[in-house]
Design a binder for this molecule. Structure first.
Ligand code: FE2
Length: 159
C-alpha cells in the first residue's frame, strides 16, 4: 500500500542527502553532452541518485512504474511539467534550490533545466526503479503511453 508517510520519508531522505552534497561530501559533475548521474546508495529498498543537469538537459514525460520517488534541488532550478488528471493537462512549476517534491504512484512528469546555470538534484526511488513508461499529451487532454522500458536509471532519456 502506498502511503503518504512513505513519500514523506523519501523526501526527507533526499533533503538529508542534498545537505551532504552541499557540504561537499559527494562529487558532482555537470556534463553538457550527456546528463551526468551517479548512484549514491542502494540497499534493496531505496536507491538514491545524484544528477547534474546542464542547460536544456531534460527527461521526457514519464512515470516511475511501481516506484515512489522524491527529489530535492541542491542548486540551480528545475522546471517540472506534471500531468494533472483533473485538468487533463500539464501544470508547470519551477523547483528552486532547496525545493523538494514527492512522486506518488501514477505520477507522470518531465523535468528540465531551462536555466543557463547548471542544476544539481538528489533523487530517491522506492522500491528501486525497474521500469519507466513514456507519454505524450494528445489533443483533447488525453495522455497516451508511447513506450515502456526496463531501466534502473533515474529520469532516464531513452529516445
Ligand atoms: Fe521522474
Amino acid at each position: 500500500m502506498i502511503t503518504r508517510s512513505a513519500l514523506h520519508e523519501l523526501r526527507q531522505l533526499t533533503r538529508r542527502v542534498a545537505a551532504e552534497v552541499r557540504d561537499g561530501r559527494h562529487e558532482v559533475h555537470v556534463d553538457p553532452e550527456h546528463r551526468w548521474y551517479r548512484l549514491l546508495s542502494s540497499d534493496g529498498y531505496v536507491d538514491v541518485w545524484l544528477i547534474g543537469w546542464a542547460r536544456e538537459q531534460s527527461a521526457e514525460l514519464h512515470d516511475h512504474a511501481g516506484s515512489l520517488g522524491a527529489l530535492t534541488v541542491v542548486r540551480g532550478a528545475l522546471t517540472e511539467h506534471r500531468w494533472v488528471p483533473t485538468d487533463r493537462d500539464l501544470r508547470t512549476r519551477t523547483l528552486r534550490t532547496g525545493a523538494s517534491v514527492g512522486f506518488p504512484a501514477g505520477y507522470v512528469h518531465d523535468v528540465t533545466n531551462t536555466a543557463v546555470e547548471p542544476a544539481v538534484s538528489v533523487h530517491a526511488y522506492s522500491p528501486p526503479l525497474t521500469a519507466m513508461s513514456y507519454y505524450r499529451v494528445e489533443p483533447g487532454g488525453l495522455l497516451r503511453r508511447t513506450r515502456s522500458v526496463l531501466t534502473t536509471e533515474p529520469e532516464a532519456v531513452t529516445a
